[in-house]
Design a protein around this ligand. Sequence first.
Ligand code: ADP
Ligand code: MG
Length: 347
Amino acid sequence: MAKFKTVVMTSVFIVFLLCGCESKAEPNVSDDISMTRDVFAMDTFMNMKAYGSNAEKALSEAEKRVYSLENELSVTSESSDIWSINHSQGEAVTICDDTAKLVNKAIEIGDKTNGALDITLYPVLKEWGFTGEEYKIPEQSVLNELLSYVDYSKIDIEGNTIIVPEKAEIDLGAVAKGYTGDEIMKIFKENGVKSAIVSLGGNVQALGSKPDGSDWKVAVRNPFSPDTDMCVITISDKAVITSGNYERFFTDDNGNRYWHILDPADGRPADNGLVSVTVIGDCGLDCDALSTALFVEGYENTKDFLRNNDGYDLILVTDDNIIFYTEGLIESFSNISDMEAEVIKLD
Ligand code: ADP
Ligand code: MG
């Protein structure tokens, strides 16, 4: 078997976000004080920055919440809800509110995207090795056998009780970080923080605007050259969440790339014309679920989604090097790449 080259990237970052270890204070133009905190959780480098006198306390509480969500939602930790579900052999399991919320949201977005988001793909992800680092290219017959257990519509969830069919297993990797961003924002607000921004790998989420009242600038990576930025958008009070084919992948001896977002239709890396999907909206959980789902859906189905659903802006990159973005971004979008950029026309 080929020696695989693996790459894990984060897709969006905050142009001016400072990295540091632990918390540190720095003077700010508006005489406000900002504190930053670095956390490694959910297999992701996270950076949080908050302004104001309560920033330190808010960051500490947020850090604790991140670790507790990791414990609840991790697919590999034996004490997690997901582990209990995946070892339940078809029996009912009692889960916490967070897990129930994420499962329900994943089902809802699966329904809205023709089943593109399917949290029961986990056995297939394992077969490819995307859950560890031992990658391999499975035979289609093996994938087909595993796909016979994949079907999120067979999940039975009622309040805090869930039943997942025997042999089915779930993974909330497509939605956990988006929800974590929402929960961090909630804690910041509860602590009186009015201005903050976090970067959780490919996810950026902002509370309010910068302390001087101006918008935050968020850069989105160029999927064809992930060390460089493709565009910058200005936002306040929004999540900016990207799924791309460059974030976690391996290549075989012939240079073919296999990435971590799978198409439930055939169990193979989703290859429907899009190489990156960025979703901008109010709710990190929704945006995270959608970035994965629309990546699988491809360009035309994503346009259909936009016709039927309000409240999101998108930046799509097609495999023929065109950036498409929604009308709502016209004022805030700057293309800093040499790719063509076009507004998405919905009729
Ligand atoms: P990341 O978390 O890497 O930034 P995503 O939010 O797009 O990117 O989530 C990708 C993760 O979602 C994969 O690592 C895997 O755990 C899971 N996944 C992959 N394909 C699907 C799918 N079609 N439906 C649901 N979950 C998926
Ligand atoms: Mg996602």
